[in-house]
Design a binder for this molecule. Structure first.
Ligand SMILES: C[S@@+](CC[C@H](N)C(=O)[O-])C[C@H]1O[C@@H](n2cnc3c(N)ncnc32)[C@H](O)[C@@H]1O
Length: 329
């Protein structure tokens, strides 16, 4: 092993830089320093330790996020990507008081996840991710926004990549704010749908459908996908749902879909497929945050058969997600 290898490994393992960036965003420094200011000025405004803030700004300078001009710091063009106003979703992801940032801190309990297979999140916060979101509406809002941001560019590909004309009725199970379902409904004027999600998110979906003037073709239900789902639809959609859950829960969700779909309905799961979409880091995120994971096609097949379903098709859909289709076995 060379000294360079040691240095690179140490750098990869260091928590200082990720935490410096996250704390900077949490304190709103990239936004604040769009107008140049001294460390003392910002420390007084935000009630921070001037010495510690100087240390943080020094490292942010090394990272190219801020630059020093005389005795003042200013956010660089690169650093402006971290501003709330950049509207790229990064600030929402990194802020430690919002859903993604808070969840990321659960990584300090990763060893617990690896030993037990359980989520690190519940170990750190005393309740699972979804219960925590229900307890803290501000986290719920941030998470729903995160879901909208992460899918924005991919939705057109998903809409055009599936033959929706096969379905007269569709149930979006855990459909979030309904961004995808709205786009599918807009592209398929004869389609009618239902969306199920937890109460607070369902309320947002309802408002979004009204704003897009498609509320007459979609019924929104606040509730749990562990309870019986509306029966008899042609299609049941699970988008980025199964990877949030361990096998037992994923099986229960699939079983609810199977029960509702009956012999004629089809179940479509859209998510990353392990071995095809190489997202090992996201795989760890699913484990630490939720006790879930990204599954291989064969694992989906096994889960489905345990829920009374047959995997009939597994195809590439986008660069990040596959399409898995199931029907009653
Ligand atoms: C990763 S998000 C995906 C949302 C949406 N399908 C999308 O692709 O944007 C998972 C969704 O599952 C919902 N969810 C979690 N637990 C649920 C439950 N027990 N019943 C219904 N929805 C639930 C969350 O509120 C969230 O909207």
């Amino acid at each position: 092993m060379t000294a360079d290898d040691v240095r690179r490994l140490l750098q990869a393992a260091s928590l200082a830089t990720p935490m410096a960036l996250r704390v900077a965003v949490t304190l709103g420094l990239p936004d604040r320093l769009c107008a140049p200011a001294t460390v003392d000025e910002v420390a007084a405004e935000l009630d921070l330790s001037p010495i510690a803030l100087g240390v943080l700004c020094g490292h942010l300078g090394t990272l190219g996020v801020v630059e020093r001009i005389d005795d003042r710091y200013r956010t660089t063009e690169y650093g402006k990507n971290l501003c709330v106003e950049a509207e790229n979703g990064l600030a929402n992801l990194l802020d430690l008081n919002r859903a993604a940032g808070r969840a990321e801190l659960a990584f300090v309990e990763l060893e617990h996840s690896i030993r037990t297979g359980e989520a690190a999140y519940a170990r750190r916060y005393g309740r699972d991710f979804w219960a925590d979101l229900t307890e803290h509406p501000v986290l719920r809002k941030a998470f729903d926004q995160q879901m909208t941001d992460r899918f924005r560019t991919e939705i057109p590909e998903v809409v055009s990549g599936i033959d929706w004309s096969r379905f007269a009725t569709l149930v979006d199970v855990g459909g979030g704010r309904g961004d995808l379902l709205a786009a599918v409904l807009e592209a398929n004027p004869k389609l009618r749908a239902q969306l199920i999600d937890l109460e607070a998110t369902a309320a947002q979906a309802k408002a979004a459908f009204q704003a897009r003037r498609i509320a007459d073709r979609v019924e929104v239900r606040g509730g749990s996908f562990f309870d019986p789902l509306p029966a008899g639809a042609d299609g049941y959609l699970l988008v980025d749902i199964l990877h949030n859950w361990d096998d037992e829960h994923a099986r229960r969700i699939l079983a609810r879909c199977a029960e509702a779909a009956g012999r004629a309905g089809r179940i479509l799961a859209i998510e990353a497929v392990s071995g095809i979409h190489a997202r090992t880091e996201m795989d760890l995120v699913m484990l630490a945050h939720f006790g879930g994971r990204e599954r291989r096609v064969e694992e989906f097949r096994t889960l489905a058969s345990e829920a009374g379903l047959i995997l009939t098709d597994a195809t590439a859909l986008t660069s990040q997600r596959g399409l898995l289709e199931f029907r009653a076995g």
